[in-house]
Design a protein around this ligand. Structure first.
Ligand SMILES: [Zn+2]
Length: 63
């Protein structure tokens, strides 16, 4: 199951495809696929999140 991160509030959800509206902040926001597809990324959610992509998406927020 892919993990998606809301670029508005940072909430992560694991669903097949991201919803139009974030269940956390109730905004229509961009979801970033932060799933771990390689064996050696250990994320906070049991290794399902690619922490590098996750953190890079935060950097992108600040631009
Ligand atoms: Zn959100």
């Amino acid at each position: 199951m892919p993990v998606w991160k809301c670029n508005n509030c940072g909430n992560t959800i694991d669903v097949a495809s991201p919803p139009e509206t974030c269940p956390s902040c109730k905004e229509r926001c961009e979801f970033v696929d932060v799933s771990c597809y390689i064996p050696d990324c250990g994320g906070p959610e049991g290794g399902t999140i690619n922490t590098q992509v996750y953190q890079e998406s935060y950097k992108a927020d600040k631009k």
